[in-house]
Design a binder for this molecule. Structure first.
Ligand code: ADP
Length: 368
């Protein structure tokens, strides 16, 4: 027992009272899922009374459950009953008044002294409000980014006209250049926010097709070379004689561009950046990697860099303009394509990011 200085009766009373009044819903069932205990929160959240709840089977339409797809419950029972493990998930339930609610649920088997399941304990937290708020925030980001596009297009047009009109004073040129920079940064941020809201609304819709590697690379080069030129950096491409890729060209393009622009931002002038395309025959995956010889990522920062808005201190110093969204977007694109993204990095030495994307079963290299 982990409590201190309590006699058995007081201790039992303490447990009873704490469980009874806990904020989260707590339900105890026998090994067949028949409810033998429900705390006050269950009554408050579901609207059912104790007499309606006790003795009934949990997770059915007679009470607050039973509205998820049958596979959900199958998986749940398999986890807790056959695999004898904890089930953790999000579930939609229905209150007695018919209203739907979303709950975060954990169900654990409780074993007797012979290791047989004796009870199940389910702990639920009503997260409906939180979900609604997240949804509202996502919609807001999506709407705001769409709305920002219109004034941005106006600014873009006006600047283009200004550039063409008479007047060549140094100050004028410098002001236009600064405005252009600002416009570009804002445009990138709007695009990133739009992508982020797409991710939150269910990820990217990936349409894979056979893509010519030369065309794919030409598009990438024409986008990044002007960026690299500003820092006199050199893009070195290794294709390992691959001729075709099986990817969503636009989305994969975006993911690779994000990695290449990072490589440029986070390495010094006149450095080389290597882009490699390889076919891993064993797993039938295309591996695209981007290697730089730049600032690197500290060990402590490494677990965080795929988190939204996360930027390491050395990255902020090297380039104050990022939003910390490029890798979140790249990761979502790659994972929606059935692939993986990972990296190797050493502080002050450099970083290599890898993307793997599953290819069609038949051989696709050399056009076969
Ligand atoms: P941003 O570049 O806008 O900050 P990203 O999501 O693209 O956002 O990257 C998140 C963080 O990961 C960066 O701020 C930086 O700390 C780290 N990072 C990404 N790529 C590199 C790289 N090539 N070299 C060093 N650090 C990197």
């Amino acid at each position: 027992m982990s409590s201190i200085k309590l006699n058995a009766k007081t201790e039992l009373e303490m447990y009873r009272q704490c469980v009874e009044d806990a904020f989260n819903q707590i339900v105890i069932t026998d090994k067949d899922g028949i409810i033998i205990y429900a705390n006050n929160a269950v009554k408050r959240v579901t609207g059912f009374s104790l007499t309606e709840i006790l003795g009934k089977k949990v997770g059915t339409k007679k009470l607050w459950g039973g509205i998820m797809a049958p596979e959900f419950y199958k998986n749940l029972w398999r986890t807790i009953k056959h695999e004898k493990s904890d089930f953790v998930g999000e579930i939609q339930n229905r209150r007695k008044n018919g209203e739907l609610y979303t709950a975060e649920v954990t169900i654990s088997p409780v074993f007797d002294s012979n290791g047989e399941i004796e009870y199940f304990i389910g702990i639920e937290r009503d997260i409906t409000k939180q979900k609604e708020l997240e949804q509202a925030q996502t919609s807001l980001v999506s709407i705001a980014s769409h709305q920002l596009r219109t004034p941005l297009t106006v600014i873009h047009g006006v600047l283009a006209e200004l550039e063409e009109t008479e007047g060549s004073s140094k100050i004028r040129k410098e002001l236009i250049r600064q405005a252009r920079e600002g416009e570009k940064r804002m445009g990138n941020l709007v695009n990133d926010l739009l992508d982020l809201s797409k991710i939150e609304l269910g990820g990217f819709k990936v349409v894979k097709r056979k893509v010519n590697v030369d065309d794919f690379l030409r598009n990438i080069e024409s986008e990044v070379v002007p960026i690299f030129d500003k820092k006199k950096q050199k893009l070195v491409i290794h294709t390992h004689r691959m001729k075709f890729l099986y990817v969503d060209p636009e989305l994969t393009h975006e993911a690779v561009i994000n990695l290449l622009t990072n490589a440029s931002k986070y390495s010094s002038t006149e450095s080389e950046i290597h882009l490699r395309l390889e076919l891993q025959k064993k797993d039938n995956e295309a591996i695209i990697s981007v290697q730089d010889f730049g600032i690197g990522i500290k060990k402590e920062d490494q677990p965080n860099i795929f988190n939204r808005f996360y930027r390491s201190e050395n990255a902020k110093e090297a380039d104050p303009t990022g939003a910390g969204l490029g890798l979140v977007i790249a990761k979502s694109i790659v994972e929606s394509s059935g692939g993986r993204i990972w990296f190797e990095s050493e502080l002050g030495v450099g970083t290599t990011f890898y993307i793997s994307i599953p290819q069609q079963r038949r051989r696709i290299e050399n056009g076969k």
